[in-house]
Design a protein around this ligand. Sequence first.
Ligand code: KG4
Ligand code: ZN
Length: 385
Amino acid sequence: MTSSAPIIQSPKTECKAERQPRKAAALVLGVETSCDETAVAVVKRLPDGSGAILSNVVRSQWEQHRPFGGVVPEIAARAHIECISDIASEALKTANTQLTDIDCIAATAGPGLIGGLLVGLTFAKSIALAHDKPLVAINHLEAHALTVGLTDSIRPPYLLLLVSGGHTQTVLVRDVADYHRIGSTIDDALGEAFDKTAKILSLGFPGGPAVEAAALNGDPQRFAFPRPLQGRKEPHFSFAGLKTAVRREAERQQPINDQTIADLTASFEAAVCDSVIDRVKLAHRMAVVEIGEPDALPIVVSGGVAANKRLRSALEKFATTIDVPAIFPPISLCTDNGAMIAWAGAERFARGPLAGGLDTSARARWPLDESAAPIIGTGKHGPKA
Ligand code: KG4
Ligand code: ZN
């Protein structure tokens, strides 16, 4: 019996192993297809570690998913296939460059919806092979974690609060590729709680921005929703109970009017802010002890929910009380985009040797801190990490 060789052989086009960071500037093409955005970007990383976005093309699939009230994996994968090539061409054209000038191709390999991941990763592998370029497979969470290096030149160490549709974690980012998860959600991710709240109140899709818009004229004190896990010694998060409390209150308020919807969403956001700040405060204390640095450890907030203005200002206010900087990527780079993938690729490419090249498979689940024990509780994509 002969052993089967991988269909795509990697060694020739892998980055050569190097111990030292590369000195030259690098042009990286980043491909993101893990959920409902097809995104390609070109980013330049300079030898001093700074970066610049030369193009960042994002095509959202919201219109295709809206009739279903959420992301439909099969529709997402098909929509990525239909436009990935055009989006990549547009990204190269906007950046005024071509594939021959690109030094490295980066693509999200997980975590996310497997169909979409396969589309983007296979597309990236194909062009890497065809143009003899190195490929680096990127963890989507790492890309969110490192975005502030591109946008604000922030270098580790820092405490990361990652709040997206699938994840809610505090992570001590010690360095690129060196992550220690401190806290995680035991049930719903924060973005999921926003999306479900929007669904309960029939606010449409995507839920987070809809809740934020509805809450603008609301009274955040009208409904005293629970502040999940507030004061608890474990640095974790929980949002399932809060979502249920919103559902019960919405049922009590029937027939519901616009002002009540505004008050419910504002009160929901207020409970989210109090709970998140309490959890971040604890995680920050733990991170400072772990890293053994008396100096201010910055708090970096990333992921789609970091676009929420009430949460941003609450976290900013909290950070001033403990005298540390709070850093958020610009709102357009909080939600999924190709620039963050290209940047994570550039950071890894600059360091070499690359882990995860052409022979990397797409992974629906891929914890940022692989050594962290799974947290009790399961979501629709399996145990939370
Ligand atoms: O990072 P992201 O774009 O995709 C994932 O990696 O999951 O995050 C998407 C999540 C969704 O749950 C969406 O409702 C939420 O981020 N989101 C928001 C806002 N914008 C996006 N949540 C609250 N307020 C927002 N303005
Ligand atoms: Zn994301």
